[in-house]
Design a binder for this molecule. Structure first.
Ligand SMILES: C[S@@+](CC[C@H](N)C(=O)[O-])C[C@H]1O[C@@H](n2cnc3c(N)ncnc32)[C@H](O)[C@@H]1O
Ligand code: SF4
Ligand code: SF4
Length: 412
């Protein structure tokens, strides 16, 4: 019993167990687990216009005056809190607040982080870092935040600001990460993550991004492929060989201790994914997609719409979460997901193939063989990982045809 409890606290063990159960669930068409992480997209509105993301154009009044439109349909703070109550009862422990840009709902964000943290959730806030300052960082740390995740899309202002559509945004990211870093001593549970979307304009800078983020004290540096329909942003075919060299350099840095989340499998797959996207237009098949079993991304209006496949038309404003999770509508959405043909390197793309599971299980067995002392060390590391977890939520796609919302926990 003690050993089982210990094992359950080990991230790798939990993931292996979850993947195994989800593989079975996929075959019997019935969820057997709860999601490891749940994301609240507080809003689809945003104060940036990043060129790889659709949120930038959502909610902005074309006549000026900023963000107005997306607010219309958003769940209230109380409605989100009610979902937190249900997640708590269900036993979900990791909650991620993202968007759009979360700080467009600053007061709701702070209140909800506090509410969730008081109930014992690990809480992550994902932000573009544009609107933070020292006081706000301290306030959210006081509220109990365990992880701050920022995007960074270049190693210099020129690149990042170009991608993000706003001069000065690079400086804000660096300053904000340093502000959170400065708080870590007073708030030992607090960690920082980053996400960098690997694209045409920044791939040469990826090692420099890592160096900069290491200097900022970032605990988990994640690189993510461009998803969705942005062929002009992909690394062009003629540059892919050079990209492979850069990714190999990242792996060397990782081996030397850099806190890069992605492992060899992801970096080997990424150029292949871009090639497939640019050339073949066919399905990029890595395994069965478990997005319907392992993920829960709740849209601002309380719906869950996995990559545009539904379950359509049902909002958590009206229906209890577990009722929806086990509903016929959700089952039909899972069936549509199973047939998804989108080329996708979303990290939610959990593999259900035997090799991957064997690898995971043998990883856990090795951990076990290394004995109890190692196990308890692993538990500490694992706990660290579960809050620092690859936690960048996917780009929110407000349209009904959104594609590729996903989770960074399969192809590490
Ligand atoms: C949608 S944003 C929301 C949080 C916040 N506004 C931010 O920029 O960090 C979440 C993450 O998705 C990434 N993202 C946006 N569009 C993407 C795309 N087409 N492919 C892959 N990642 C994307 C962003 O760079 C960011 O790291
Ligand atoms: S990536 Fe983030 S900051 Fe950029 S437009 Fe999308 S939601 Fe806004
Ligand atoms: S697009 Fe969505 S549903 Fe399709 S494989 Fe990717 S994560 Fe799964």
């Amino acid at each position: 019993m003690g050993l089982w409890k210990n094992l359950n606290e080990v991230y790798e063990f939990r993931r292996a167990k979850q993947n195994l159960l989800n593989s079975v669930a996929f075959r019997i068409d019935r969820p057997l687990t709860k999601p490891e992480n749940v994301t609240f997209l507080l809003t689809h509105g945003c104060n940036l216009t990043c060129h790889m993301c659709e949120c930038g154009s959502v909610g902005v009044n074309p006549e000026g005056g900023g963000y107005i439109v997306a607010k219309r349909d958003e769940m209230t703070r109380e409605e989100f809190a009610h979902v937190i109550d249900q997640l708590d009862e269900w036993g979900v422990r990791n909650l991620i607040f993202s968007g759009g840009e979360v700080l467009l709902r600053k007061h709701d964000l702070l209140a909800l982080v506090r509410y969730a943290a008081d109930k014992g959730f690990n809480t992550t806030v994902v932000s573009n870092s544009l609107s933070w300052n020292e006081d706000l960082a301290k306030t959210v740390a006081d509220a109990g935040l365990t992880n701050f995740t920022s995007s960074l899309d270049g190693a210099c202002a020129e690149t990042h600001d170009k991608i993000r559509g706003k001069v000065g945004s690079f400086d804000k990211v660096v300053r904000t990460l340093r502000q959170f870093e400065a708080l870590k001593q007073a708030y030992p549970r607090l960690s920082t993550n980053t996400t960098t979307v690997v694209q045409k304009d920044n791939w040469r800078e990826l090692p420099a991004v890592c160096e900069l983020l290491t200097d900022c004290g970032v605990g988990c540096i994640m690189y993510q492929a461009v998803s969705g329909d942005y062929p002009h942003l992909l690394v062009p075919l003629e540059e892919l060989d050079e990209l492979k060299g850069v990714l190999a350099r990242l792996l060397e840095m990782r081996a030397a201790g850099a806190k890069i989340w992605n492992g060899p499998e992801y970096f080997e797959t990424l150029p292949r994914y871009y090639t497939e996207k640019l050339v073949n237009q066919g399905r990029f098949h890595l395994g069965n997609c478990l997005a319907g079993y392992d993920n829960l991304i709740i849209s601002p209006n309380g719906t869950i719409d996995i990559c545009g496949y539904g379950p359509h038309g049902v909002s958590l404003k009206d229906v209890p979460l577990l009722e929806l999770w086990h509903s016929q509508a959700y089952r039909e959405a899972r069936e549509r997901i199973a047939k998804c043909e989108t080329q996708c390197l979303y990290l939610c793309y959990q593999k259900t193939d035997v090799n991957q599971l064997t690898k995971q299980v043998s990883g856990v067995v090795n951990l076990r063989r290394r004995g109890a002392a190692q196990l308890s060390h692993a538990r500490v590391v694992a706990n660290d990982r579960s809050t620092r977890a690859p936690s960048t939520p996917p780009p929110a796609r407000p349209s009904n045809h959104e594609r590729g919302q996903g989770w960074p926990n399969a192809v590490a």
